[in-house]
Design a binder for this molecule. Structure first.
Ligand SMILES: [Zn+2]
Length: 296
């Protein structure tokens, strides 16, 4: 029937046109990222209003972002402005000095439970702590508080601390900042072998360790990412005000090295791992395996 032929022809033409449009998308189009490590502390809040922060995320293709802050209300304020985009973590420090001494403050766990009751946080941290303080009762309490509430712990520390956290609570979920305290593929492989389920590692501020002077992934790091595509996440880590100003430059560097990986691995590290850990934990039970060598 002529009418049907016409419809079929139109449909086919529409599909061809759609395919052409998709293929002609600019090559440099931004793939969206999940930034798993951002700070929005008091001095940053003073200099850059929350709406402007959301503009920075939007213009850099950041579909979701973990934000932690001193005071905690800054992260919460952003999350209320953009609930689908911002994943707030509870920063437990009141001042910069707390970074060094929080693990010796017996009253801290009570303060943390109070803050958790006031806000809807997805995690606690960033917590700076190293092996010498691994037996801190304050650390132990925080690990238990996080486990009871199914919160993710963001840890800036060494492998001794990671081991200690999983010894306290094997079900803990840990986001290990900056490729650990000693960024080394051998150490990270050992850590992932010991903690194969709930340990995630962020690559923030360590580009110079895994990229060569031409911006190419060093072979031993590339192999690590390919062997563990489900364990790594990315982050700009706005540890200072200038870092927010350089956001675009840092995000571009992240995209450049992600683009050197097979697309499925780049997507996992660039956004899907963080999405599953922080937004959809049930998906973690159904992770795809690492790519076989012939597809790398
Ligand atoms: Zn940080």
């Amino acid at each position: 029937m002529p009418t049907r032929t016409t419809t079929e022809q139109l449909t086919r033409a529409a599909i061809t046109l759609l395919a052409a449009l998709l293929l002609s998308a600019p090559a440099g189009a931004q793939t969206s990222l999940f930034d798993a490590h951002l700070h929005y502390n008091a001095e940053q809040r003073e200099a850059i209003a929350p709406g402007k922060i959301l503009d920075i995320l939007e213009s850099n293709g950041i579909e979701h972002a973990v934000i932690t802050s001193t005071p905690p209300k800054n992260a919460h304020e952003l999350a209320q402005l953009a609930p689908g985009r911002i994943v707030p973590f509870l920063g437990v420090y009141r001042t910069r000095a707390d970074k060094e001494r929080w693990m010796h403050q017996p009253e801290l766990p009570e303060r943390v439970t109070g803050w958790l009751e006031d806000g809807n946080y997805r995690g606690i941290g960033e917590l700076h702590i190293f092996g010498r303080d691994r037996n801190s009762p304050v650390l132990e309490r925080l690990v238990r508080i996080a486990a009871e509430r199914e919160l993710v712990l963001m840890i800036h520390g060494d492998l001794a601390i990671i081991d200690r956290i999983f010894a306290i609570e094997p079900q803990s979920q840990v986001l290990w900042a900056h490729l650990g305290a000693d960024p080394d593929p051998t150490i990270l492989r050992a850590a992932l072998a010991r903690h194969p389920h709930n340990l995630f590692i962020d690559t923030s501020v360590r580009d110079e360790r895994f990229l060569d002077q031409n911006g190419q992934l060093r072979p031993e790091w590339r192999a690590l990412f390919l062997d563990h595509p489900n364990r790594f996440v990315v982050g700009v880590d706005t540890y200072s005000l200038p870092r927010w100003r350089r956001f675009g430059e840092v995000a571009a560097t992240i995209r450049r090295w992600l683009n050197q990986l097979p697309p499925s691995v780049a997507r996992r590290i660039g956004r899907e791992n963080a999405r599953e850990l922080l937004l959809d934990p049930l998906a973690l039970d159904h992770l795809p395996p690492a790519l076989p060598p012939e597809r790398r």
